[in-house]
Design a protein around this ligand. Structure first.
Ligand code: HEC
Length: 241
């Protein structure tokens, strides 16, 4: 693990802190990113990066991937730097999920780790295309194992959806993010690849079951929905009076 300054440590908090609404702990107000590079981009690309930045801020990517809501953080999007950011996910959906402290001795739990999603080539998403990042967010597939093509189905083996999909580990909320319009997902991919400063931080692979969570997501107890969502009103909804 990369060694980090105490200052960076203080600005990197466990995701649950954010979930509990204690985000005020993240300190100073968001500052604009560095960014000479942005000025040289054409206006359309620049607008896409700016929209992507807003989506990343209000979808809480920083709660898990680092920096909470603070793009001024040295570890913005850099993934796990302290154990607080790891999750212990049980295969049994009736068991509790832990963020910290972990019971690492318990073999029924897998440690999953928010990854480095800065554009660093070796330790981040620098080596993936924007389409691979898009595919990760729309289909929940690990970008390095996702073909760099438009995916035409959500059913394993149908169209060019991988026959044996390797899904992103929980709690990466791809099942929510996949409902964002195409343009929003492209904007996020543009921001991560072009608007975020690369940080070298090697995050260890997440642990997981051999089927890369396919059985977990298919478990009715987990209750994954469909993409696109069922037409309104679905069973948990009602037509507006
Ligand atoms: C609740 C925690 C959480 C949140 C919030 C979250 N992620 Fe993740 N993300 C994860 C975890 C955990 C992984 C690692 C999954 C794995 O190892 O299979 C991950 C993996 C990823 C990956 C795959 C990276 C790679 O190299 O394999 C991308 C891309 C990604 N997240 C983007 C995002 C974006 C963009 C957002 C916000 C829109 C976001 N994540 C929000 C937890 C989270």
């Amino acid at each position: 693990m990369k060694s980090i300054s105490g200052d960076a440590m203080r600005r990197t908090f466990r995701p649950l802190v954010a979930a509990l609404g204690l985000v005020a702990l993240s300190g100073c107000a968001a500052a604009t990113s560095d960014d000479g590079a942005m000025e040289s981009m054409d206006p359309a690309a620049n607008a896409s990066v700016e929209r992507g930045r807003l989506s990343v801020l209000h979808h809480g990517c920083g709660d898990c991937h680092g920096g909470l809501d603070n793009p001024d953080s040295e570890m913005w999007m850099a993934g796990v730097v302290i154990p607080f950011q790891e999750f212990a996910i049980p295969l049994d959906p009736t068991a509790p999920t832990f963020s910290y402290p972990l019971n690492e001795a318990d073999p029924s739990y897998f440690l999953t780790r928010p990854r480095n999603i800065t554009p660093d080539n070796e330790t981040g998403i620098g080596r993936f295309t924007e389409r691979q990042v898009f595919n990760a967010l729309r289909y929940g597939l690990r970008p390095e194992e996702t073909p760099d093509v438009e995916i035409t189905s959500t059913v394993p083996g149908s169209g060019n959806f991988p026959a044996v999909p390797r899904y992103l580990a929980p709690p990466m909320p791809w099942q929510s993010f996949r409902h964002m319009p195409d343009q929003d997902l492209w904007d996020i991919a543009a921001y991560l690849k072009r608007g975020v400063r690369p940080v070298r931080n090697q995050v260890a692979e997440s642990e997981g079951p051999p089927d890369f969570w396919a059985g977990f997501y298919a478990d009715p107890m987990v209750g994954l929905g469909t993409y696109p969502a069922r037409p309104f009103p679905a069973r948990g909804e009602r037509a507006a009076p």
